[in-house]
Every structure is written in C-alpha cells, then in structure tokens.
Design a protein around this ligand. Sequence first.
Ligand code: GAP
Length: 593
Amino acid sequence: MSTDAKNNTALMEKIVSLCKRRGFIFQSSEIYGGCGGVWDYGPLGAELKRNLRTAWWNAMTRDREDVLGLDASILMNPAIWKASGHVETFADLMRECSLTNKRVRADHVDPQDGVIMNYTGAEAATGWKLDRVISVLMKKSEHIESFRKRVRLLIASNAGEAAGKPEEIVLLGEAKADAVERSVDYHPETGGALGPARPFNLMLKTYLGPTATEDDVTYLRPETAQAIFAQFKNVFDASRVKVPFGICQIGKAFRNEVTPKNFTFRSREFEQMELEFFIKPDEAIEIISGEVAAWSEGADLSEPQANWGWDLWHRYWVDQRTKFYEGIGLGGVLEYYWQTPEDLAHYARACVDILCHFPFGTEELEGIAARGSFDLTAHQNASGKSQEVFDEELKVAAAKLTDEQKEAMIQKRLAAEQSKVKGAPMPEADVRAWFERLFKGNYVPHVIEPSAGLDRMALAIIANAYEETEKTDEKGKKEVITVLKLHPRVAPIKVGVFPLLKNKPELVAKAREVYALLKRHMNVFYDETASIGRRYARQDEVGTPFGITIDFDTLGEKGPELLDTVTLRHRDGGEQERVKISDLLGKLLAQVS
Ligand code: GAP
C-alpha cells in the first residue's frame, strides 16, 4: 500500500471513529454484531441529514415555481418494477469465489500478482470432505505456511461446524502452477479463483399479502424515481401545471449491494433525493419556437428559455445542482464525468456523474441523466394508461406547418433513428404515428433526472469538513485538535451557548435567557461544564460554527456600554466579536439558513 493510500485509510478510520464517538453514525444492530451495509444516524447525524434534506427540498421545490413535491410509498405494485426494467435488468455482474462462495462485483476486482496453488480437495478428521479442485492465488510476499493456514481457515469458516477446527483440515494434492501478473481472476480478499460473471438482481424481495407465495412477491423500492413516473398523471391533473415542470421526492431506497463498502457510501438501505423534470420533446420546441436553442461554451444557463431542448435543460440542471453543492460547502471538491455513448443506456441521451473527493477516492455523488420519454412510455405501454399531455400552443403552431415542413421533420427523425449508436431504430410506421399525435398537440413528456444520495452527501460533507490542527495549550503541551468545518447551513448544532462560570447564578441565568431566545429558531447547545477552551473544542469537533460566551461584561460589570452584549466566537479563524444580545438572532439566522 502506498503512503498516500495508508494515509487515506487512516483518515477514513478517524472519520468513522469520530462519527461513532460524537453520535453522527452508528453501525446498525451493533450489540448483535451489526447488520451488513446498514447504518443508523445518531443525534448529530439525524440533524445533519435533516438539514441536508431541507436544503435540497427548498432548492428543488419551495424556492421554485415549476417543481412539486411527492411522498410516495416504499412498497408498490410489482408491475412497476417489471415495466421499469428493474426485474429484468437491475443487476450487477458478480463473480463467485470457488473457495468460499463469496461474491464480488466483476468490476470491483483489481489486478493482482502472485503464484497459483491448486488443490484436488480437502478433508477433515470429522469425516467432512471437499471433493472439488480449488485454485488459490498466493501473494508474492506470502509465506507458504501462513498461506496454507489462511486457506484452511477460509475453508473452515465456509464449511461451518461440519469441518471442525481449521487446523484439522488437510489440503489434498497441492500443486504449484504458474505465476500470474495483473490477474483479475482471483477474489481480492480470499484469493480463491473466481467463476464466470453472472447477473445478480439487487432488488430486495418481500411479500405483500397473506400467502407469502410467489403471487405476493413485491420489492422494497430500489429507487424513488419510479413512484414519480407512476404518479405523473395524478400530479399533473391535480396541480394544473404545464410542461416544463418537475416532481421531486426524498425517501428510502433499498439495494441488496453485494459488496457494501466505504462506510455509508454504498449501503443496502439509503435515502435518495430525486427530481424528474418533465420537458417537451425537441420536435415540439421546434414547432412552437421555430428552432431549438443550441448550447455553446459560456451560454447563459441562469434563466430557462422557451426554446430550450433537452440539451440545454440537462446542462441547466447540472448548473443548478452545482450551485446547490456550492451552497452547502462542497463547491471546491467536485468533478464531472460526462458519460460516453458507450457508457449510456440505450434510451439515455446524456448523463453526467457529479463526483466528489472522498478519502477512498473520487466517487459519484449524484447522476444527472437525460432519459428521453423512456420511463413514462414504458409505464404507458405496461399499464395501458395514457401518459400523454395535451399542449394547445403546440397544436396551434403545428396547424400552421405545411405538409412539406411536416414531412421534413419526419425525415429528419427517421435519419436520426437510423444513426442510433445503441438500441433498435423506431420503425417508420411508429415514427409517423408519433408525429401524427404530436401535430395534434399530444406527446409523452421527456425527462431530465437529477438523482442524489442523501447518505453519500452526508458522508461527503463530513469527510471534506474534517481537519486536524496541532495546538499548544497554556502549559506548552501540544495536542491534535479536530475541527469539522461544516457549512453553517448544514451544521447539526448552529451555536453553543456558554456561561463563563457555572457557579455564578447571574451568568447562568443570562446564558439560559440567550439559549431560550435562539433555541426556537435553530439547534442550540447549552454547555456549562469544563473550561471555556474545552467547551469550544468540543463544539469545533462536531462542526458548530458559532459559540456565545456570557461573561461579566454581559452583566455590565465593566461599564454600561457592554451590558447585555456577548462574545460571539467564529469556529473558522477563531475570531471573536462583541455583539448585543438583541442583534444575535438576526446575525445568526442570516448565516445558518
Ligand atoms: N433513479 C436513478 C438512480 O437511482 P443511481 O445512480 O442508481 O440512479 C442515484 O442512484 C444516487 O443514489 C447515486 O448517485 C448515489 O448518490 C445514491 N446511491 C445509489 N446507490 C447507493 C447505495 N448503495 N448507497 C448509498 N447511496 C446510493
């Protein structure tokens, strides 16, 4: 492991430890040995997530006129998952270790060097037998005896009680095969030879109804998006909106990730924050506006325009989401991966992954996809319920087109279908039928989907806020201080309130007064124990951006001009200012909301 990798692993361990120690994130079911890939948020983690949810909800719907909220159920009719393609294709390609049956994602196997050892089988004094060939990669640095011990241990833990103790297992027919370099055919943890890649569906199955048979099977939703598509028509009809508009929701999603890893980054239960922004097909824009605006470097994306097609809407949402991340303190650590035509699903026109720096690498935080009309069309076909909208403006504009102009549009689309890189071209009859509906003002909306993970966002926020500094105390003793430089908007505690001394009732009473004044508006922490420096340090460690100290000046002991003023300390930089109690609320609210 390189020094950088070691440092990053150590950093991640410190972050995990801080999260547990200070009540951000705990292992689920810890007292029973945990529950793989599932995490619980403690008091501070719950506040952090709540602040992130609120920031997202406000940015995506409350502060806008064109996006509506939804709160759909986790369990849905399984027909939804058939129509969406999840039953058929929501799978990772997995390979199984021939030694332990442990699975690993085919694309998560890093190349390894070593020597291959083959065994014809294994047996134990208990009478247990393993009657098949096993191949294991022995690392170059590994000693043969410790390697054999390791293999026996793996076999024993896989076989369970039947095999007895690992040291009683005898490995049969040992033969050394060739050395291999950069091989991806051995399990990264066990070294066992990997079988062929096979799809493994990630949806968590459950039963809904009394019989618990295949008839009652449904799934815990693997994404929140499908409920938005399934409720599209209800929201549209109930809200009297016009395309373009969006529907967003926040909620739990479940995936049976085979290799949950990197703390909460890849979990089996997690929360998504998704927007489906419905737009007109480009052909409708062309009919109404005469042309579809083309994007060029530096184009103004701040105000949506009537002549925007999917490309500009997609870029607009990438820009909006970037601004959101800047507003919660993640602006400087983002990267963008524009998927290539080979990466894209056959129906997708573009997809950008917003990546963020984590100690374990630069990884996806959010995906923003232009998905055409794939989803609504799939539900229309499967349910038999029309997902079309009617657009009077389009109908009027189309009525002014000549037959030649209409035919030219059809020919342009037919040519585009023929030059598709992926997926079968739409048959000509279907293209003509689609245009016939379009010219009458009817179409199934297309969609832009910004899809973010709340748990990943929380982890990104904590990991990027984590800082260590060395400080020397009054006695000259050096110590490492941890500071979480959380943005005030997302910090779980906004301000700490501290009476200078706890045994002076006048100070305590004033501090309690300040605490009560602020508490109704933000999460405030009152602390009267330990030295003031210690109290500041405790709050720095959990990212509290402000500290208020009530001292003798507050009581007016140094003169009436300081009466009812407090010391406001800023976590970042540590500067302190004298502020009137009556000005505190306004000053703080401006920074934390
Ligand atoms: N509807 C589109 C969709 O679900 P996705 O890329 O599979 O797309 C979107 O998921 C986001 O959800 C990801 O960018 C990530 O932030 C989050 N996410 C996905 N799987 C996750 C997991 N196993 N654990 C934590 N977050 C996850």
